[in-house]
Write a protein that binds this ligand. Sequence first.
Ligand code: PAF
Length: 281
Amino acid sequence: MKIFKTQKELQSFLQGLREAAKKIALVPTMGALHEGHLSLIREAQQIADATVCSIFVNPTQFNDPKDLERYPRPIQNDLQLLEAVACDVVFLPEVDEMYPGDDMPWHIDLGELDQIWEGAKRPGHFQGVTQIVYKLFQLVRPDVACFGQKDFQQVMVIQRLVDIKELPVRIHICPTVRNQDGLALSSRNLRLSDAGRIKALALYRSLAFIKNYKTAKTVDALKDGALQILAQEGDIEVEYLAICERRTLREVDLLLPHKQHVALLVAWVEGVRLIDNMLLD
Ligand code: PAF
C-alpha cells in the first residue's frame, strides 16, 4: 500500500497509473474508519483498477472548532484497516497541503440543497464539503468516486458539484451497511445502551414501512404510519422525517412514477443523533 502526504508525490504516482490506462477510484474519508468505510473501499475495488483512499479531517466543513479539535484521528489503526483490505493508495495530507495560505475563497451555489435538512442544521457545512471534494477531484482525477448512501444529502450535494463544474467523474453511491437487524452502522451506535440500540431499530422499521406501503398509501399516511412506529417505541425524538424527490431533496406530497424518491429520517435516542434514509424506488 502506497502512502503519500503531498499532492506532488500522489500526482506523479497517479500519472503512471493513467499512462497504463488504469481506472482510478477515489474514496474520500475523514479517517476513524469503520466497516462502513471499508465497504466503500471494497466496492471501489470492484469497479476500478486502483483505489485511492484519502484521509483528511477537513477543517472547512466544521461549524464548531471544538468538534474539529475533538474529531478522532486514529491514524495507525486506519492504516492497518486499509492495509487489511488491500487498498492501493492512501493520501494523508496535512492541512497546509490542502489549504495553502494563498488559497482562493470558495463558494458554490447549491441552491436549496445547502439550506434544507442537514444544511439548515450546519450552515456552511456543505460549502466546506464541496470545497475539499473539488480539490480532491482535481488532484486525483478519478474515473469514479464512492460515497456512502448513509449521508444521502452529502451525495446529492457532491453530484450537484459534479454537474455544475462538469467534472468527468462518476459518483457511485454505496448502499448503507446495516447490522442484521437493520440498524445502520455508525460510530455513534457505540454511545447507545443495549436498550437504546433496540429502540434505534425502530428507525429502520419506520423507513421500511414507508418503502413497503409506498404504492398503497398516500404520502401523509406513509409518514403518519412511520411516526407511529417511532412513537410506539417511546423516548425517540424525531428531528425530521421527510419523503423527498431524490435529486433536489424537496419534500413531495405525491409519489410520481417517473420520479425517484427517498425517505430521510433523523431522530434522537438517548441523546444520540441518528441519521438514516431509504431509497423508495
Ligand atoms: O463524509 C465524509 O467523511 C466527508 O464529508 C468527506 C466526504 C470525506 C469530505 O471531507
